[in-house]
Design a protein around this ligand. Structure first.
Ligand SMILES: Cc1cc2nc3c(=O)[nH]c(=O)nc-3n(C[C@H](O)[C@H](O)[C@H](O)COP(=O)(O)OP(=O)(O)OC[C@H]3O[C@@H](n4cnc5c(N)ncnc54)[C@H](O)[C@@H]3O)c2cc1C
Length: 427
């Protein structure tokens, strides 16, 4: 059977596809693989672009290993099976009056997949999903079940939460949660130059702030999200029209036409006229999540937040000089520093630039030009998104790179969890 990821840029045929239902079954799979010197890769929901999930040997999905248990409303914690999808997780927690502190902009990923690549949302006082884990269990390359947290095996804990499945198989994750909360999301167009003048206030005065900068326009879309106590209005149809019809069907049509007739400039001007203000009020897990049906390529880098303005100007120059054409925005988000060894936010507050390109276009020149800019600031790539950073570069931008490799090799001495891409990175 041929396996493909969400965007379709990866396709491969594993020898064996396994769907374990219990921890015991996962342990047996790993023990067998270790004896027969087989390789294992895992998939969450296949929403990464980098070849992390590619396997020509054993391929595991934890789709039958989902669920939430041991919910503690006082401590605001819950134990979650690694294959649990974020959408299901959000609604299960909501039944107990609990929620994740922050999320990215889709909810179809598995909790283990999202954590393993450092998936993040936005908010200068908020960290990535990996930081919401306070304890986990995993199976190492010997088939042993190991527990780790800040108290137990703390070094492994600092490394494994963002380790792209290279330490072994994550089984259960205990999450630190918050009380359910509602968000008021406000989206409005603004001239990019005006937005840049106010960015410090925007970042500091909103729980969440992000900017969608359009490469072929002087306009941007500003998105803020803040807690609210007001009742959730019944605007399901209006939201469906905006989220599905405008942001997906119509947007997809614009991209198809622009690419087919090479009329990006005309359509970029028309698209400017469609930019309009709107608000959404709902429970947090329903506001964070957006629908994405138009396929695209994506590269994302986190750079030190203080380089934000300078970096934006360099990006604008590069787009102008090279005449890059795309209707897809560059999404700019702010995330708080953390202590996870291979987190792009390791010991620095980050501004993330997510660069997108429509799937029918070739992203190479555009991504390469912008990647050079990000790397000039010591940028760290998102582990799940396209990039060309090699082991040499990564070892320079991650102070704990060598410690990570040592711990990884201890956890999986036979390298059963490395495919050829990961062998090249973590050699
Ligand atoms: C449309 C779209 C929107 C996105 N939005 C955001 C966003 O807002 N913010 C952001 O930061 N990222 C975003 N991403 C990227 C995405 O969140 C990450 O690539 C994430 O890893 C995908 O989760 P997944 O469950 O699909 O994992 P996969 O891509 O399937 O796997 C990711 C990694 O996790 C490993 N893994 C999975 N399960 C386990 C396990 N049980 N134990 C050990 N390792 C495991 C896999 O082997 C792999 O290395 C987006 C991607 C898409 C396609």
């Amino acid at each position: 059977m041929i396996i493909k990821n969400w965007s379709g840029n990866l396709s491969f045929m594993p020898k064996k596809i396994l769907k374990p239902k219990t921890t015991y079954e996962i342990v047996q799979i790993v023990k067998e693989a270790a004896i027969h010197k087989q390789k294992i890769r895992l998939i969450g929901s296949g929403h990464s672009w980098t070849p992390l999930i590619v396997s020509d040997d054993i391929f595991i999905t934890l789709d039958d290993f989902q669920g939430v248990s041991e919910v503690d409303k006082v401590k605001k914690t819950a134990l979650v099976k690694a294959g649990t999808k974020l959408k299901f997780l959000g609604e299960e927690l909501f039944k107990h009056g609990l929620a994740m502190e922050n999320l990215g902009d889709i909810d179809v990923q598995s909790i283990a997949g999202a954590s393993s690549t450092g998936t993040h949302g936005t908010g200068q006082n908020l960290r990535s999903i990996s930081n919401q884990i306070i304890e986990l269990t995993y199976i190492n390359g010997e088939g042993e079940l190991i527990t780790c947290s800040e108290q137990v095996n703390p070094e492994i804990f600092s490394a494994i939460r963002v380790s792209v499945g290279s330490f072994g198989i994550l089984c259960t994750l205990r999450l630190k949660l918050v009380e359910s909360y509602k968000l008021n999301m406000s989206l409005f167009p603004e001239r990019l130059d005006d937005c840049l003048k106010k960015w410090v206030q925007y970042v500091s005065q909103n729980r969440h702030f992000e900017v969608f900068m359009f490469p072929m326009s002087e306009m941007c879309l500003v998105k803020t999200m803040n807690e609210t106590k007001v009742d959730v209005p019944n605007k399901k149809i209006e939201r469906w029209i905006n989220d599905i019809v405008m942001e997906n069907w119509l947007y997809g049509l614009f991209n198809r036409v622009a690419e087919k007739f090479k009329i990006y400039h005309v359509l970029a001007r028309i698209l400017d006229k469609f930019l309009s203000a709107r608000t959404v009020i709902d429970w947090s897990q329903r506001v964070f999540a957006t629908h994405r049906s138009v396929k695209f390529y994506e590269m994302e880098y986190g750079i030190p937040a203080e380089n934000f303005l300078e970096c934006v100007q360099k990006i604008r120059e590069a787009i102008k000089v090279n005449k890059f054409q795309t209707l897809f925005p560059i999404e700019i988000r702010f995330v708080k520093r953390d202590e996870i060894y291979l987190s792009p936010c390791y010991q620095r507050d980050c501004v993330y630039f997510a660069v997108h390109m429509y799937i029918a276009q070739s992203p190479t020149e555009y991504f390469t030009a912008l990647e050079k800019i990000f790397q000039s600031y010591g940028g760290r790539p998102h582990w799940g998104k396209m990039h060309q950073a090699n082991a040499h570069y990564l070892s320079k931008v991650y102070p704990k790179w060598n410690e990570f490799i040592t711990l990884r090799n201890k956890s999986d001495s036979q390298k059963i969890f490395l495919n050829s891409y990961l062998t090249e990175l973590f050699r």
